[in-house]
Design a protein around this ligand. Structure first.
Ligand SMILES: [Zn+2]
Length: 150
């Protein structure tokens, strides 16, 4: 393994955590942080929430049975209506967290430079940043990896 690469094998799609390439899994992880065990309505705080379908690569839609409003896993967070898939955003957050310069991240992930700087700022100032990067570290450490599963 190359020690200079932050994550070895990423160019070949090798030993990279699932969370960095699989949107379904990335949303699943985000749900474990956001909702823990209880989903409650963002508008009326009722816990009678019905799950709708999943869309856009794994984002879950919900409808509150009490007030009838709809929301998603991302409503009210920085992940709402992002143009970049969540797994890529997670990879971005991870690279940022381990000190990779945004100038390199944007090339590596194929994101426009200006969009990358905006996303970096959004992530760093978000209350989710620490929780997400901690969770991603754990994903890496526990070997929840696409290519080399135990
Ligand atoms: Zn409600």
């Amino acid at each position: 393994m190359g020690e200079n690469e932050v994550i070895s094998g990423d160019r070949k799609g090798g030993a990279k955590p699932k969370a960095f390439s699989d949107d379904e899994h990335a949303w699943h992880l985000f749900r474990t942080l956001r909702w823990k065990d209880d989903i409650c309505c963002l508008y009326c705080e009722c816990d009678q929430v019905k799950r709708h379908s999943k869309r856009g690569g794994g984002i879950q839609y919900y409808r509150c049975k009490a007030c009838g409003k709809n929301f998603t896993d991302a409503t009210g967070t920085i992940f709402h209506r992002l143009r970049i898939p969540l797994s890529k955003v997670f990879y971005f957050a991870h690279l940022l967290n381990v000190g990779t310069p945004v100038n390199r991240i944007h090339k590596r992930l194929g994101i426009a430079k200006s969009a990358a700087f905006r996303l970096a700022k959004k992530l760093r100032t978000s209350s989710w940043y620490d929780e997400i990067t901690t969770l991603l570290e754990r994903e890496k450490a526990t070997g929840n990896i696409t290519a080399r599963q135990r």
